[in-house]
Design a binder for this molecule. Sequence first.
Ligand SMILES: *[C@@H]1O[C@H](CO)[C@@H](O)[C@H](O)[C@H]1NC(C)=O
Ligand SMILES: *[C@@H]1O[C@H](CO)[C@@H](O)[C@H](O)[C@H]1NC(C)=O
Ligand SMILES: *[C@@H]1O[C@H](CO)[C@@H](O)[C@H](O)[C@H]1NC(C)=O
Ligand SMILES: [Zn+2]
Length: 470
Amino acid sequence: MLLSVCVSVCVLALLMSSAVHGAPAKGPCARPRNKLLFISFDGFRWDYDRDVDTPHLDRMAEEGVRAAYVTPPYLTITSPTHFTLLTGRYIENHGVIHNMWFNISTQEKKQYYMTQFVDDYWDNGTLPIWITAQRQGLKAGSLHFPGTAATYQKEEVGVKQVEPFLYDHSNETDWRLNVDRVVGDWFARRDLDLVTLYFGEPDKTGHKYGPDTPERRAMVQTVDRTVGYIRHAIQSHGLTERLNVIITADHGMTTVQRGAGANEIILSKIPGFSFRDIKFHLVDYGPSGMLLPREGMLEKVYSALKGAHPHLHVYKKEDMPERLHYAKHPRILPIILWADPGYVINGLFPVQFNKGEHGFDNEVMDMKPFFRAVGPDFRRGLQVGGFETVHIYPLMCHLLGITPEVNDGSLHVTKHMLLNADDQECQTTDESVHWNLMVGFAAVGGLLLVMFVVMTTWTTCKRRRMESYR
Ligand SMILES: *[C@@H]1O[C@H](CO)[C@@H](O)[C@H](O)[C@H]1NC(C)=O
Ligand SMILES: *[C@@H]1O[C@H](CO)[C@@H](O)[C@H](O)[C@H]1NC(C)=O
Ligand SMILES: *[C@@H]1O[C@H](CO)[C@@H](O)[C@H](O)[C@H]1NC(C)=O
Ligand SMILES: [Zn+2]
């Protein structure tokens, strides 16, 4: 009788111990991995939906997350800010410091498109998210996104489409073909985990006509229709519950002052300044510029320009305001110039005729893009405040369940956008290591406890048995 009690207690203890060991690890990592579509509509300013009907963007906001705005890194131009989206690093840290590649010894310059193919310009020690995802076993693709053409540490994004030279970035029919390719072919058929998708509008229209024009408003409606088309494509391929979508942009746009009253910035007209003192320059490129003075000429050039125009800011590289994070990289030239909103920097004479420009200080509200997100991991109908775009990268890594590279962002800034906000520790290395350790300790602890129970029970039973013999 007592023996059978002892046996049942022992069996129970054994069952309990196996239950401890066999319990599924019902912790953070129970969440399934969803796919991610990351979209940039070039130059879509944070407030572009305020004076236009945007039913599809509105619906996306109701079903997902909408930020008041996001703050791009300085310099607020296309390639540098897109590479920040892909890496989570400030521009001085990732090294893609301009849309143009240049060589200060040969004076050679390459425009935006040709620069896309200069591998060692992009591959300057920071890996874009595609490569990191691929190294951790995921499949990545990119369509027209800046940086797509380049090779990084001998790897390239696995599935890519680079736009041809002189591509028409404004053709809505082409946009839909691109969406069909990404959603139908790349996600649904080829099962990619991450795709970055780029549209060259409303930037082009904003430059040409200015941001406060009927043309820009019409283009925003085209963008909105495209958002509707994208969400419909996702739905009809049955991907809605498995695909997160983030839509943002690289920078905003502001109107350039024109006409008789406009006090234009023309460097050659500034007393005491001469291009003969300059070894290499990058001007006539919107509101920013960089100068490399000839040997011994730095102070002369600097003092001629500093304070010479009420809307021109002149900085030595080492004196740049730290908040701009645009000084440390060796590619940045010794003198940096930028203009107040509405002004552009001309060299010898005015050669810039865009009605809209970007490239200004990233604190200027007109430089800030929009941000929207929707999908299985995002909360619904949530409005959040503004945040810096460096924080988007850790969010994307978290959504994909990959370990991020070193970056300047933080998941803490964006994690409140996610469902199961208490399950955040899953994917970040340190914390998942901690979790594994905890599970390990729990298992070992459980085993010890069981052994203790078994031993004690056994001893007790034995004693009881001996006592009964007495
Ligand atoms: C610039 O050109 C010089 C001379 O051809 C070359 O030695 C140097 O490596 C080039 N620099 C870059 C950044 O390509
Ligand atoms: C980054 O570029 C700079 C200047 O072009 C160069 O000196 C440096 O070696 C590059 N770093 C890496 C890791 O590619
Ligand atoms: C727009 O793109 C489509 C598909 O590539 C093409 O057939 C059409 O000719 C283009 N339209 C214009 C106006 O270029
Ligand atoms: Zn752009």
